[in-house]
Each structure stands twice: as structure tokens, then as C-alpha cells.
Write a protein that binds this ligand. Structure first.
Ligand code: AHR
Length: 514
């Protein structure tokens, strides 16, 4: 972890050297039996044409007073580079199935204006299109994931988009790309055929979609050295029928299926009509948020069991390409899905990441929704102002886990945090070994009130990293007070051969074990 690269000074230092006589919870790492590589794309980001996610959030245009480089705002780009964003998904979401790529190329002042029927009915200027997205991914050094339009587009339109992006030939479409300012094709590692085809993407059954998938995929032809992984649009929440159907499609000539997506959002109340507030919520909603987040484990296990049955050779990836908290909109246009982000979101992010690490063999991509100004965002902007959210800090603290090797972790002790009908383990943990041989551990305390004494078993003599915690359950950063929730350095040293630490209430710790 490079502390020099942090966006702001670390405000305080927690140094724990005091011997603690007992530990409530013991953590043991199995370094002898490493698991799979944690694909860096588990830390993927989503940018949809939704609210201020792209326009204002990322793209302000070259003539904006907001400092920018080629139209991309400088402050946001700098913050995202520190996150080492590995993967960017675009243009949606529900937006993808109404997006016609030819509207977003050529001179910006001549692009057609559409209506964003999914998100607020606002005018879509199409000034952020294929070039702006793929150049942005390159600027960040991120893999590009383009979501194709199955709902209202044709197989021809989809095939031509791929040709436009990836062909180095003398074809009319490749030359059109060159005329629009891009000589060489972009790298396109991921392409999806539709989004949420059970809902906004066309209200289909898995069987109907399966047929369409095969039809469309048959025509997606790309150069051998620039062939994207093809992603089938899968299920949501507890539905298993999509994974079942898509993982058992008959293999036929020409079509490929390499990954199945799945979406699961944490809605505190579990009721979409009244999801709960981002701030000022009762402890009951803290507890329900924790338990609904950890429900991801059951979703993963059940879907992965289906895949293990239908695809024992493990050719198919399971991509959770939309996850995160979804609250009632706190301000602005209800269609813009803008919500504040508190220490609760930080804990939610870390719990999910621990689960994804554990299942890294099949779960090779996950994408939080969404990157800027939408749902569980990394970054919030208000015109020229920008703040980093607690979720951003969790992602930045976890960068050593990208492409590291998972190390199994077992917990003993570990009391439950209980409130009303909700009960979750107080501590969640995961560990990994990075390419330099350093061992990293994440510890998460789901209890909003009580700290926990934890012993890390083994011959470790110290631990150094960062912890993110806060005084209140809904502590958050604002444009006036941007550092209310910010990580602090955390160190612990072994005493009498035991490495013990006090993990604060409602916290996320990421540290190197030495
Ligand atoms: O992320 C917001 C929306 O949630 C996406 O557009 C859609 O895929 C999902 O329902």
C-alpha cells in the first residue's frame, strides 16, 4: 500500500501495543493451502447514462470551467487512478437496451439528442459515446466492458458496433472510426448481450433469452487477438432459473457463452417501494442492511452449485456485475438515483468483497453500482466540487487484493451481532498473498456499537495498515466536511507471542501482516 498516494493526509494514528489478555475472536490464515487468484475485475466500476453519473460526474466537455483534460474532469480522474480501477462497464444498465451506438459517434454538435426514458426522461445529448468511453478506459488503464443492446437493437447493429470498435481492416466501419479520430482499434475484453433481460431489457423468460443469445452471439465476429469474453445477461436476487438455463444451453456451431451475469442489491427494508434512507436510519435498518448484504453468500453458493453441476470443467464465469446499496433517493430528481454514502456503505462494500474473495474461482468479475453520483458511489460531485465517499476508501484500501491469491481464513469465537429478527456474525475476514509475497488481511466489524478484541493466530509479529470507522452509524462526508469518514493508520504488535488488536465498532481494517 502506497501511503504517499493518498488523496489527503491520514489524520490520526492508532497504535495498539498493549497486551490484551484474551481475544473474543481468533482468526487463522491457511497459508499452506492458497485458493484462487482474486481477479482484479472483482473491483470493477459501472458508469451508466443515469443522473449525474457520466454528465458532470465524469464528462464535463472540453469547454467546461471545471478543470478537465479532453472533457474528463481532472479531480475525478485523479481519484479514480488512485483506486486502480481495473474494469469499467458502460453504457448501462437499463440504458444499454435503448442505446444505439451510431448516435454517439462523429462531431458532438451533430449527434442526435434522445430521451433517457429509463432515468428521469431527460435529454440524452450523446456527447459521451463510444470514443469517449473507450478513451476514458484507456486513460485509467481499465479493461473496457461494453454492454450491447439486445432489447431494441438488431444482431446487425450489435455486430457492426463490434466491428467499429475492434476491426483493423479497410472496412467502411473501421474507416469511419478512423475518420472520427481513432486509428487503431481499442482493446475490448468484455461484451454483454443485453442487460436484465428478465426486466427492463425485454421482460423475457430464460428460455426465450437463451435462444436470442445464441442467435446474436453467432454473428459477433471479432479479430482473433481482440475477441471479448461474451457475457450472458443472467438472473437477479434469489432467482436460479437464469443460471440453470444459460449454463445448460446446447452448444451449437458459432455461438459462445463465457460468463453469466447476476444482479443483487442491498435494500435495507427489502421493500422496493420504501427502501429506507441513506442517512438518519434506525439501528434496525443497520442490522437489516448487514443481514441482507450477507445474503449474497447464499446467492453465490446456490448459483455456483448449479454451475458446478452443469459446467464441471469450470469454463463459465459468474459475474455479479451489479451490486451495492439502493436507498430511497435523498435529493434531486427521483430518476437520478443519487444517494449519500456513509460508514454503513463502507461496511457493506467490505462484506461483499470478502464474499467475492472467497468465491474467486468462479466469481471473476463483480461491479459495484455505480461509480459517480449514482447509488453506492465512490465519488460525489456538486458542480465543480468533489468528495470521496466511505465506499471509495474501502476500495482504495483494498487495492493490494487485486490479482492477489486468496488465503482461506477461519474464525473462532466470533459472536453474533443481533437486533430483532436480524443476526449476523460480528466479524467478517478475508486474506490474500500479493505478487510480492506480502500477506494482507481484511477485518470487518458489523456491530455498530461494540469493538472486538481479535487475535490473529500464527507467527505474525505485527500488522500495519489502515482502518475506517466512525462515531455515528450514518457518519458520512459532505462538501463542507469531506474528511469526516477517512481512513487512519492502524498498527498492532505482538506481545508475548500473540498478535492481538482491538477492532473498532462499525469498521473496516485492511492491513499487511508481518
Ligand atoms: O444500476 C441501476 C439499474 O439497476 C441498472 O440500470 C439496471 O440494470 C438495474 O436494475
Amino acid at each position: 500500500m502506497n501511503f504517499k498516494n493518498l488523496c489527503r493526509p491520514i489524520l490520526a494514528v492508532t497504535l495498539i501495543v498493549t497486551p490484551m489478555v484474551w481475544a473474543d475472536t481468533k482468526v487463522a490464515l491457511d497459508v499452506e493451502h492458497p485458493g484462487s487468484q482474486i481477479n482484479k475485475n472483482i473491483y470493477g466500476q459501472f458508469m451508466e447514462h443515469l443522473g449525474r453519473g457520466i454528465y458532470e460526474g465524469v464528462w464535463v466537455g472540453e469547454d467546461s470551467k471545471i478543470p478537465n483534460t479532453n472533457g474528463y474532469r481532472n479531480d475525478v480522474v485523479k481519484a479514480l487512478k488512485e483506486l486502480k480501477v481495473p474494469l469499467l462497464r458502460w453504457p448501462g444498465g437499463c440504458f444499454a437496451d435503448e442505446y444505439h451506438w451510431q448516435d454517439g459517434i462523429g462531431p458532438r454538435d451533430q449527434r442526435p439528442k434522445g430521451v433517457n426514458t429509463n432515468w428521469g426522461g431527460v435529454i440524452e445529448p450523446n456527447s459521451f459515446g463510444t470514443h469517449e468511453f473507450l478513451n476514458f478506459a484507456e486513460m485509467l488503464g481499465a479493461d473496457a466492458y461494453v454492454n450491447g443492446n439486445l432489447g431494441t437493437g438488431t444482431a446487425k447493429e450489435m455486430a457492426q458496433w463490434l466491428e467499429y470498435m475492434t476491426s483493423d481492416s479497410d472496412s467502411t466501419l473501421a474507416n469511419m472510426r478512423r475518420a472520427n479520430g481513432r486509428d487503431k482499434p481499442w482493446k475490448l475484453p468484455f461484451f454483454a448481450i443485453g442487460n436484465e433481460t428478465w426486466g427492463c431489457g425485454g421482460s423475457m423468460t430464460p428460455e426465450f433469452y437463451g435462444h436470442l443469445y445464441k442467435q446474436y452471439a453467432s454473428f459477433l465476429k471479432t479479430p482473433a487477438d481482440n475477441t471479448p469474453i461474451l457475457i450472458a445477461s443472467g438472473g437477479t436476487d434469489d432467482r436460479l432459473d437464469w443460471t440453470e438455463e444459460l449454463s445448460s444451453l446446447d452448444p451449437v456451431f458459432a455461438y459462445r457463452i463465457e460468463a453469466i451475469s447476476h444482479h443483487y442489491y442491498t435494500v435495507p427494508t427489502g421493500v422496493w417501494e420504501k427502501k429506507g434512507n441513506a442517512l438518519g436510519f434506525p439501528e434496525e435498518e443497520w442490522a437489516s442492511t448487514m443481514s441482507r448484504t450477507l445474503h449474497m453468500e447464499e446467492i453465490l453458493k446456490k448459483n455456483l452449485a448449479i454451475l458446478d453441476k452443469n459446467d464441471p470443467e469450470k469454463k463459465l464465469g459468474f459475474y455479479v456485475d451489479e451490486w451495492g446499496t439502493w436507498y430511497d433517493v435523498s435529493e434531486g430528481d427521483p430518476g437520478f438515483l443519487y444517494q449519500q454514502n456513509s460508514i454503513r456503505d463502507a461496511v457493506v462494500a467490505a462484506l461483499n468483497l470478502n464474499l467475492f474473495h472467497q468465491h474467486a474461482e468462479r466469481v471473476q468479475m463483480t461491479i459495484i453500482a455505480q461509480m459517480v453520483n449514482v447509488l453506492q458511489a465512490m465519488i460525489l460531485t456538486d458542480k465543480e466540487k468533489m468528495i470521496l465517499t466511505p465506499t471509495y476508501h474501502v476500495f482504495r484500501m483494498h487495492t493490494p487484493f487485486q490479482d492477489a491469491t486468496y488465503l482461506p481464513v477461519s474464525l473462532t469465537g466470533n459472536p453474533e451481532y443481533k437486533l430483532g429478527e436480524h443476526s449476523v456474525p460480528k466479524i467478517s475476514a478475508s486474506a490474500a498473498k500479493d505478487k510480492d509475497g506480502k500477506i494482507w488481511i481484511t477485518l470487518v466489524n458489523t456491530n455498530p456499537s461494540d469493538s472486538e478484541i481479535i487475535e490473529v493466530e500464527g507467527k505474525y509479529t505485527s500488522l500495519v495498515g489502515e482502518v475506517l470507522s466512525a462515531d455515528k452509524m450514518d457518519a458520512h462526508n459532505t462538501f463542507e466536511a469531506p474528511n469526516t469518514v477517512t481512513p487512519v493508520v492502524f498498527k498492532a504488535k505482538a506481545s508475548n507471542g500473540k498478535l492481538r488488536l482491538k477492532l473498532p465498532a462499525k469498521s473496516v481494517l485492511v492491513a499487511e501482516l508481518k
